[in-house]
Design a binder for this molecule. Structure first.
Ligand SMILES: Nc1nc2c(ncn2[C@@H]2O[C@H](COP(=O)(O)OP(=O)(O)OP(=O)(O)O)[C@@H](O)[C@H]2O)c(=O)[nH]1
Ligand SMILES: [Mg+2]
Length: 349
């Protein structure tokens, strides 16, 4: 499985002091910078020669390199660096971009996916100069998402799925894009679905997205749990690509944040207009609504609450896709078992 992704950039990659390093996820313990660079750059003769040649040309008087139309992306090289399984490629002679893979991964399994994905993001989608930090960051997270999906869904899941006697599971993966502002309970929901566990005040806010697989008789749901804090929300659109369904989670007990929840919802929906991806909206933390706590469920009050929520958030205005709404409590498990069925119903399976 892909652990992280890095990008090194410098005018002259042979000058180790001049290189900027970017890593995603960024919380990875920084490796010993110079050793790492030495390995990446000097340990492969061909790469070293390419860089030396480029440097010699650049050194000539009056030479002003202009970037060619397309980025040139070299065949990646596999290296072992103090136990790190690295697979990296040289781009345009001044960028090295690499994958840090799990020890037992075979880097060559990633060759096609890595190259295709880089061409896609660098040469096919909107051209990027990679001059600004946010362009680099966006490239890293986009490539990370693509490769991570490839490693999760194609490489790692293959053996496990082949054991399944049901043919259906071998063929059917569905990407569930789970989003919602911070503290709504997304990571808790995944934990409940996957391990049937719940911890109160246990989770720290997520900083990266996380993928978990949950089996269902109709197929395997790949839940993409996005971080919900403000700074991460602009990445939602990237994570939403190729989703089979969107699941929007709301903390219905925290009315102080309803305005923000509504704003984020509609801002996302406007950007995904016409994509027809179905939507499931879940009102979480029902256990915290005072008059509904306890054992007996008050159906009439629940109906009123439902009506209020639909009106406040203007969900009835959703007319470009199939959608559904219901209450859940990750804590008490209320309606948790309904979720997968509702998803398969919405994606018409
Ligand atoms: N009472 C109650 N608390 C819940 C429920 N679901 C989640 N929580 C709590 O809500 C808090 C936030 O949960 P998380 O799962 O971390 O929220 P998140 O949406 O993943 O947050 P970010 O990762 O920051 O976007 C935690 O303290 C959970 O224990 C619920 O159904 N009832
Ligand atoms: Mg989370």
């Amino acid at each position: 499985m892909l652990k992280s992704i890095f990008l090194f950039k410098g005018q002259n990659l042979l000058d180790l002091e001049d290189i900027n390093i970017y890593i995603y996820p960024s919380n990875l313990e920084a490796f010993e910078r110079n050793n790492f660079l030495q390995t990446l750059i000097y340990e492969n003769e061909e790469r070293k020669a390419t860089l030396q040649k480029k440097f010699r040309i650049q050194g000539k008087k009056g030479y002003h390199p202009t970037r060619p139309q397309n980025y040139s992306i070299k065949k990646p090289i596999a290296q072992d660096m103090d136990g790190l399984n690295i697979y990296s490629t040289l781009i345009d002679g001044n960028i090295i971009m690499g994958l840090i893979l799990e020890d037992n991964d075979n880097p060559y399994d990633y060759e096609d996916a890595f190259l295709e994905c880089l061409h896609e993001h660098l040469n096919n989608i909107t051209p990027t100069s990679l001059e600004k930090e946010d362009e680099i960051e966006n490239l890293l997270i986009s490539v990370f998402i693509d490769i991570r999906r490839f490693s999760d869904e194609i490489i790692n899941k293959k053996p496990q799925i082949e054991y399944e006697s049901q043919k259906i599971l071998r063929e059917r993966f569905f990407k569930v894009f789970l989003f919602g502002i911070d503290d709504s309970g997304k990571t808790s929901l995944i934990r409940r679905l996957k391990f049937d566990k719940f911890n109160h005040n246990y989770f720290t806010p997520s900083k990266q997205f996380n993928i978990e697989y949950v089996k269902h008789k109709k197929g395997l749901l790949a839940w993409w749990d996005m971080p919900g804090q403000q700074v991460y929300r602009e990445k939602w659109l990237l994570g939403a690509q190729d989703a089979n369904i969107y699941v929007y989670l709301i903390d219905i007990a925290n009315q102080r944040r309803f305005k923000e929840v509504k704003l984020e919802f509609w801002s996302f929906m406007k950007k995904r207009k016409l994509d027809k991806v179905p939507l499931l909206i879940l009102g979480n933390k029902l256990d915290l609504i005072n008059y509904l706590s306890g054992h007996e469920k008050n159906e009439a009050q629940l109906r009123v609450l439902r009506q209020e929520i639909l009106e406040y958030f203007e969900f009835k205005k959703i007319d470009d896709r199939d959608w559904d709404f219901f209450f859940i409590s990750v804590k008490t498990k209320y309606n948790i078992s309904k979720i997968s069925d509702a998803i398969f119903q919405l994606i018409h399976l």
